[in-house]
Ligand binder design. Sequence first.
Ligand SMILES: NC(=O)c1ccc[n+]([C@@H]2O[C@H](COP(=O)([O-])OP(=O)(O)OC[C@H]3O[C@@H](n4cnc5c(N)ncnc54)[C@H](OP(=O)(O)O)[C@@H]3O)[C@@H](O)[C@H]2O)c1
Length: 339
Amino acid sequence: MNITKTRAVILPQYNDNLIRALLGLKIEEIDIPELRSDDVLIRLEAAPCNPSDIAFLRGGYNIVKPLPAVPGFEGTGEVVDTGENARNLLGKKVSCFSQDDADGTWAEYFRVKASDCIVLKKGMEMEQAACLSINPLTAIGLFAMVEQAGNPSFIVNAAGGQVPDFMRMMAAEKGIEVINIVRRPEQVAHLKSEGQQWVLNNTDDYFTEQFKEACNNLKPAFAFDAVAGDMAGQLLNCMPGGATLVVYGGLSGQAVSGLDPMGLIFRHKKVMGFNLNDWIAGMDRETFQQYTDFVQDQFIRGKFKTTIQGHYKLEEVVTGIRTYIKSMSSGKILLIRSE
Ligand SMILES: NC(=O)c1ccc[n+]([C@@H]2O[C@H](COP(=O)([O-])OP(=O)(O)OC[C@H]3O[C@@H](n4cnc5c(N)ncnc54)[C@H](OP(=O)(O)O)[C@@H]3O)[C@@H](O)[C@H]2O)c1
């Protein structure tokens, strides 16, 4: 197939002010970069907007592409063309992770490396496949730390998000208790209705007392922090000796702060970061395949599910993102092909 052009969402300029960045987005017909021998061309089915995409639009993510750029770090669709070394993927439905400079998934057709594709199993829904490559694997990477430590209880903040959701699903299977921290009363009500016993709202007056009580009861060994800022210090300071704060997101936009140095020096507390790309890069292809098979099986059996709050055509991208940032806990928004 010789497809050389595509309609795509174009970011002409990074802007720390998200509303301004959104107002700059346009839909344009662009040339598809030539496929290299290990590349595939994907016809978009659906691509989500994640917090990393928001950070990218603001110019505040680890990846800064030359402008104008097509945003979108993951998506799903059918492989419609391939380079020489990737012919085995032709016609396959795949989920993919794309952090290439020249390409993003918010386009009707996009190029990715064959090695960044996960071939979908029979029974894997395309909508769920759109959000397969980032959050579920992140949750598995984080949960592997819990397993290696002998399944202690742990803390998650931004607990209404998808990564904590997958972690709770795995914790429940092993009877591990989780302390959930959210920022709105409706999120407390939602998680309690799902059977979570420990759900705290960090905007409540008595949050610190409640959190200390939860830590005394459950002795959590890890806090998985997607927020950073003061929250990070507060978490680790209240945790027992030997505990580890794992920072995997910076949703507050603030530096990690407020850590009591005495805990680090005398109580063996630790702070570390987690990055999905590095975690994947540290494993061989066979192990990666085992993880992606495991993840897909969880979706196919209905144990994992990404909540989707809306579908938007590429030209509705701004409305879609505005809906998402109003309430991220309500689920992802998906960008879908227009025709
Ligand atoms: N390190 C890695 O490799 C890696 C991989 C995947 C994801 N991540 C990071 O993980 C984080 C969560 O991603 P996700 O996809 O699970 O998110 P998500 O499903 O989109 O949900 C985000 C959650 O965070 C809450 N939130 C947003 N801003 C917040 C703030 N300033 N303070 C407290 N809570 C806040 C939202 O609550 P509301 O409903 O109140 O907005 C929502 O519950 C993001 O920072 C993402 O970049 C990192």
